[in-house]
Ligand binder design. Sequence first.
Ligand code: Z5A
Ligand code: MG
Length: 213
Amino acid sequence: MSKIKRGALIVIEGVDRSGKSTQCKKLVDTLLKNKIPAVLMNFPDRTTVIGRLINEYLTNKKCKLNDQAIHLLFSANRWENVEKMKSLLNNGTTLIVDRYSYSGIAFSSSKKDMSTEWCKAPENGLIKPDLVFLLKLSQEEAARRTGFGDERYENTEMQEKVSNIYSAFAKEEDNWQVIDASGTVDEVHNELFATIVKKITEVSDLPLQQLHF
Ligand code: Z5A
Ligand code: MG
């Protein structure tokens, strides 16, 4: 019997309104249309008990949680999904993930007195993505798009700090690829899709790796 080949772990990162959710949904649709097993996941996963706490923190500015506690909750929200992710990947399903550990590190370490090293620590040991796309969009271009909400981190100062941390990741990490997100939805999609299909073939016989910052 031939061995089931594993799926790829693909993550999309980028600032607010860079088109992450739009692209993730469209990628899963196109993969499925091409008979490639794929599942959409997003972090925070607001459907779990931990996710509901995170949702309360993001949507209710009166909700008081210290910066360390909320950071660990975001990380725990990934850890509570790790077995499900491994099982899907090992059964040949490609996961398209809307935000991951890098968002956790970028947002928390943008805050005062939160060291990057401390923020990275709880992410170690999670599954390492085979590919992380950074959807790059300037603040001016993002401002022209609808959907700027009033959740806790949706302000220009935070988004700028986060954008700089993403750029540093893109330089330092071996699994990052920067994509110009200012094109049309279809232009961005076509570029992402072509790269993902190649990546799925490339990693299908390789073991899953762990994140190690
Ligand atoms: N957070 C954290 O602190 N720690 C963590 O560990 C994690 C997250 C995982 C909630 O994230 C917050 O949690 C987030 C980080 C923090 N705070 N912030 N900011 P979320 O993922 O639930 O929500 P979001 O990502 O902030 O924002 P978003 O608005 O969902 O952005 P998006 O997904 O990148 O964009 P979109 O919804 O696909 O598109 C936005 C609009 O632009 C929409 O009207 C689209 O129709 C339009 N759009 C999309 N693509 C295009 C193109 N190509 N052209 C023109 N218009 C477009
Ligand atoms: Mg989104």
